[in-house]
Design a protein around this ligand. Structure first.
Ligand code: HEM
Length: 410
């Protein structure tokens, strides 16, 4: 659907040709706390300015994660069946966060640098055996799941299957990723499943097999640590573990893929960027710039716990409040030339990772490192990326990304 500056943000089709940046720009300029009607829901507030996003995200007492984090309305029963620590508030949230955070720390992730580099080299070597290919499929998609597999401690042979399931889960509104398109074929059957998706059933089974030791996981991986009964820290209950597993498969896969895909798309639009990257001046800043532009998880939701006023709008207790990170990341009051790639941009206070909130992304160090190293290895091998066709985009108002990008490389 072409962006005329007035698209309906509750409609996945509004995002099927990419993010409707004109619509977001209008909202930031004209009505930054905007009541958005929903065809199949009770409506929500769209928060589109960077400063408001930070303000709301910092105030988890007034704006809670504990009634769902996506736009979809959920009953209490559905919420309880599907919740992970991402759908909780402090102090409950802190218990699990503290348990898993050390494994995702900058220090822990730094130990994977060589592994990421070897994988990136192999991926690029393999892809560049041809000169024309879909660079999202052959490059961007490959690294995130391989790395997630290693960090979680999963068998390599299962990763491809997990990518398909992860895509179906998070791409639950895109007919290319699922037969069960959430806003078209929805029924009661899957309402207790993460993302209301049948793919979650398969992932639950897989997680169950891990619990029953039918699938053996690496002892050094994160999953083994959270399941370790001898651990002195809190151990996850089976149901909590299954939802946590789905969260990681969803969170660690597509987000990083679409960040890499955005970088590759930008390089294809301006081949000078490859030359600039090769100058080795921008490795400390470029990953964040591409992640800002990609903003793969476009929003997360909060729910007001009391009546509150924001920019003279009366938000009522129980109202859904959507933090459009994707819009905050293009706010010209914060970012000079917000639609341009500025490899040296620093500071770069983007909010792609949910900065400012207690749920601030755990995968930040991993995602940044994957994007940087992949580009480092790519810039060594490829001089030029030419587009052979227009990119295709995910049909989703939650996860945004270049789904395919047919290119010729030299
Ligand atoms: C560029 C890539 C990524 C982006 C843009 C991204 C984005 C986000 C955002 C916006 C949040 C905050 C959610 C909220 O405020 O409710 C978040 C949380 C989270 N992310 Fe990421 N993510 C990325 C990569 C990853 C990776 C690679 C992993 C795991 C391997 C991961 C795991 C998580 C987890 C577990 C949470 C929940 C944290 C909590 O609730 O305390 N993410 N992510």
């Amino acid at each position: 659907m072409k962006d005329d500056g007035l698209l309906d943000l509750s409609d996945h089709d509004s995002f099927s040709m990419g993010v409707p940046h004109l619509t977001f720009e209008r909202l930031r300029n004209e009505d930054p706390v905007y009541w958005t009607k929903e065809k199949n829901g009770r409506g929500f507030w769209s928060i589109t300015k960077h400063s408001d996003i930070l303000k709301v995200n910092r105030d988890n007492k007034t704006f809670s994660s504990a009634q769902g984090i996506r736009i979809e309305d959920q009953t209490e029963e559905e919420y309880l069946a599907r919740k992970t620590f991402q759908e909780t508030d402090p102090p409950e949230h802190r218990v699990t966060r503290m348990m898993v955070a050390p494994a995702f720390s900058q220090k822990a992730i730094a130990t994977y640098e060589e592994m990421i580099r070897d994988l990136a080299k192999n991926i690029i070597e393999k892809a560049t055996k041809s000169s024309e290919f879909d660079i999202v499929e052959k490059v961007a998609k490959q690294l995130p799941m391989m790395m997630l597999g290693r960090i979680l401690g999963l068998p390599d042979n299962d990763l491809e299957w997990l990518v398909v399931k992860g895509d179906a889960l998070i791409g639950n509104s895109d007919p290319e990723f699922t037969d069960h398109i959430v806003d078209k074929l929805d029924d009661e059957q899957y309402r207790f499943m993460p993302f209301r998706s049948p793919a979650a059933l398969d992932l639950y089974d897989y997680a169950e097999n891990i619990l029953n030791k039918k699938i053996s996981i690496n002892k050094t991986g994160i999953l083994s640590k959270v399941l370790d009964a001898n651990s002195s820290e809190k151990v996850m209950e089976p149901h909590e573990f299954k939802n946590f597993f789905c969260l990681l498969i969803a969170a660690g896969n597509d987000t990083t893929r679409y960040s890499i895909a955005m970088a590759l798309y930008q390089l294809s639009l301006d081949n000078n960027l490859i030359r600039d990257l090769r100058s080795n001046q921008y490795w400390g800043t470029c990953a964040d710039e591409f992640i800002r532009l990609a903003s793969p998880t476009m929003y997360f939701r909060r729910t007001a716990t009391c009546d509150v006023s924001l920019r003279n709008k009366n938000i009522k207790k129980g109202d859904k409040v959507i933090l459009w990170f994707v819009s905050g990341n293009r706010d010209h009051e914060v970012f000079k030339n917000p639609h341009d790639v500025i490899l040296s941009r620093s500071p770069n206070p983007h909010v792609s990772f949910g900065q400012g909130g207690v749920h601030f992304c755990l995968g930040i160090w991993l995602a940044r490192m994957e994007v940087r190293i992949l580009l480092e290895e790519l810039a060594k091998k490829i001089d030029k990326i030419d587009l052979l066709d227009n990119p295709t985009w995910t049909r989703s108002n939650f996860i945004c990304g270049v789904k395919s990008l047919k290119v010729r490389i030299a």
